[in-house]
Design a protein around this ligand. Structure first.
Ligand code: NAP
Length: 433
């Protein structure tokens, strides 16, 4: 006897939604066998219902609220994008006790708290594996597989567009603007690339990862953020000479302040990464996340961080979990927020800097520059002098110091007569010296 079908509403039929619907339809029998009951798509919400959308036309609706409210819908898959409209739809589904699967990092990075509260109240599931690093399973490993461990750090490359651009700049020597245009032509950058290149997308993912890893609510506004739009071909050239490359990193870390207080840090910025670090080998549009846990040690997750089918894979994994919970009763893990750790300001974080500056070509310059570092207790690891005359350049790499001391040093260097300009400042990650 066939079990009663589980009704699914799919909100969105774009890159991700169309793959979700395709795989669900093509593999319907497998889904039924894995869940114990068949999944039935009750409707698909889109903006444009006319024309051939590659699905049965009677499934299409431009009224997602009506679809979510239908009595025969048990689970809602939200792959619309945006914040305000999906927020209302997801909340309304959860309030009605319907489980929700979403790929929407922008929504979660602002409103996980509100949505998780609604899910808890109605005993519904809220799953979002696809919201971080596309196909790569990282949310469930952090939330479930590592639930018995203590996670100290999660760091990774979680934005494919910026990784594609930085890898291409590294490979070809081309500058940022030219490479961004090429990324757009190849479909790796959107018409408005701001969310990617300025680090907003990575910051949303960092907020989600930090929340899960440290059992604390973290929103996108808590994440320190810098993008890649100021990275130059020269920076990548210098990185190479230091046996490094440049990656846009999302870093979530447990730290202890000088006063012994436990805090967390969540930050996104382009950084020099030594070539022997595993993240340096992650190129093109690929993503990777490195997790450091007390008992497990270092784990690395690598794969496709975006794209219709890879993202649909993560959505469908969540859908199977939520459907099994509906079928057998019970539910997935609740939001874990008991630790309530404070987020430390960027200035308190220990980092290393690489500072490249154009300087006057005369005696005593090095001593004057070095004095600004030592005034703030910043110790220098290496100094390189390059060129001469108008092209004279100093490249300084520091040891670990408080980020505030490092940024104050850079501000004071800019005021020195012997410094023509500070051409570039980057942090150095993946070393602990
Ligand atoms: P997309 O290609 O732009 O598709 C969005 C879909 O939602 C379209 O079918 C659109 O309808 C529909 N839609 C948007 N607003 C609507 C509204 N108000 N009412 C009804 N339908 C509406 O987006 P996507 O790339 O699939 O991304 C979807 C979500 O997944 C986003 O939250 C994104 O951040 C997340 N995500 C995407 C990827 C990826 O690789 N694309 C990876 C990870 C996560 P029309 O087709 O009629 O315009």
């Amino acid at each position: 006897m066939t079990s009663k079908p589980i009704g699914v509403a799919v909100l969105g039929l774009g890159n991700v939604g169309s793959e979700v619907v395709r795989i669900l339809t093509e593999n319907a029998e497998d889904f039924e066998a894995r869940i114990g009951a068949p999944l039935e798509i009750r409707g698909i919400a889109v903006r444009r219902v006319d024309g051939d959308r590659g699905v049965a036309p009677e499934l299409l609706t431009d009224d997602p609220a009506e679809l979510v409210g239908r009595d025969d819908v048990d689970i809602v898959v939200e792959v619309l994008g945006g914040i305000d409209i999906p927020r209302k739809l997801v909340l309304s589904a959860l309030e009605k006790g319907k489980s929700v699967i979403t790929a929407n990092k922008a929504l979660l990075a602002e409103y996980t708290g509100e949505l998780a509260d609604a899910a808890e109240k109605s005993r519904a599931d809220l799953y979002f594996e696809a919201a971080v690093a596309g196909a790569i399973p990282v949310v469930r490993p952090l939330m479930q597989s590592l639930a018995g461990d203590r996670v100290n750090k999660v760091a990774g490359i979680v934005n494919g567009t910026t990784n594609f651009i930085l890898s291409a700049m590294d490979e070809t020597g081309a500058d940022y603007a030219e490479t961004l245009a090429e990324a757009g032509r190849l479909g790796y950058a959107e018409a408005d690339p701001t969310a990617d290149v300025e680090g907003y997308d990575a910051a949303s993912k960092a907020a989600i990862l930090a929340s899960i890893a440290f059992h604390t609510r973290v929103t996108a506004g808590d994440v320190y953020r810098e993008g890649i739009s100021k990275i130059t071909a020269d920076d990548l050239e210098t990185a190479k000479s230091l046996d490094c490359t440049i990656k846009l990193l999302a870093i979530c870390e447990r730290i202890v302040t000088p006063k012994g207080k436990e805090r967390i840090s969540a930050r996104v910025y382009p950084a020099l990464v030594p070539l022997n670090h595993p993240l340096a080998a992650v190129n093109g549009a690929f993503n990777a996340v490195v997790v450091e846990a007390e008992a497990a040690g270092r784990l690395m997750f690598y794969g496709q961080g975006a794209g219709g089918a890879p993202t649909a894979s993560a959505v469908l994994g969540d859908l199977v979990m939520a459907a099994r919970n509906k079928f057998y009763g019970g539910r997935g893990p609740l939001e874990s927020k008991y630790a309530k750790l404070k987020v430390a300001p960027m200035g308190d974080i220990l980092t290393r800097y690489y500072v490249s500056m154009q300087v006057a070509d005369k005696p005593g310059v090095l001593a004057t520059v070095a004095a600004e570092f030592s005034k703030r207790d910043v110790s220098i690891s290496t100094v390189r002098q390059q060129g001469s005359g108008d092209g004279a350049r100093l490249v300084v790499v520091t040891h670990l110091a408080a980020d505030s001391a490092l940024s104050d040093t850079v501000a004071s260097l800019e005021q020195l007569d012997v410094v023509v300009n500070v051409a570039s400042v980057l942090r150095l990650e993946g070393t602990t010296v």
